[in-house]
Design a protein around this ligand. Structure first.
Ligand code: DC
Length: 223
């Protein structure tokens, strides 16, 4: 297969990550989780500072941090920051509460985008996020925009948290999703925008298998 970049964007809980992992495993692509990088940086700031304040600045020291992401054949990924495996730690609700300031920061975004572009040069990738097809890879070979209603997305997030053994309140999660949508759409750099040329898929009433097959068909059409 020729070298390709598949960009998958959409709001929180639209199924980007689960679907992209499966497509990657089934089509021999590397899956890259860009949200995990923003989460890892938030985790690192919370570790070193204890809080994320509106005055947060991305220091030269932080730009030297070593972030890696490995995609395993079983469809899971491992994100490491300075050698620490933070894959599970970054799924904590405290990260979701503090991530807004980090992902709004222009220097953080440039750092993350540089890493994503470097990784994608090495092999064919399917990468999910908010601005992958618009900012990170405006020339991506294929752009997908996944969507779903806020109710469906909240229910999916609750299920994910519960599978990790976390007891969460569905109403709280729905409010968080709506807040995250606003933050994602209004972010000064790298906002969530649906690219005109992206294939739009509303997953609200689709099974995961259907979404996976749809994307695989789109990939087969371009390789
Ligand atoms: O996809 P996720 O929920 O793990 O993303 C975590 C946060 O990171 C989310 O609030 C939006 C932000 N994000 C971003 O700003 N740009 C991306 N490309 C990916 C995620």
């Amino acid at each position: 297969m020729r070298h390709i970049v598949v960009a998958v964007d959409g709001p929180a809980g639209s199924g980007k990550s689960s679907v992209s992992r499966r497509v990657a495993a089934e089509m021999g692509l590397k899956y890259i989780d860009s949200g995990a990088l923003y989460r890892s940086i938030t985790w690192q700031v919370l570790q070193s500072e204890g809080v994320v304040t509106p005055e947060f600045a991305f220091s030269a020291g932080m730009a030297g941090m070593d972030i890696t992401q490995e995609f395993l054949p079983d469809g899971t990924s491992r994100t490491r920051i300075n050698g620490n495996d933070v894959s599970l730690l970054i799924r904590d609700e405290a990260i979701a509460r503090n991530i807004g300031i980090i992902s709004d920061n222009r220097d953080v975004r440039e750092f993350v985008n540089g890493l994503l572009r470097k990784w994608a040069r090495k092999e064919s990738v399917i990468m999910d996020g908010r601005d992958i097809g618009t900012v990170v890879f405006p020339d991506a070979d294929l752009k997908i925009y996944l969507d779903a209603s806020a109710d469906v997305r909240a229910a999916r997030r609750v299920k994910e948290y519960r599978e990790l053994g976390k007891d969460v309140d569905e109403n709280v999660i729905k409010k968080q999703i709506i807040l995250r949508d606003e933050q994602d759409r209004e972010r000064p750099f790298g906002a969530l925008v649906r690219a005109d040329e992206a294939v739009y898929i509303d997953t609200s009433h689709m099974t995961m298998d259907q979404v996976v097959e749809r994307i695989k068909d789109c990939i087969r059409a371009i390789v």
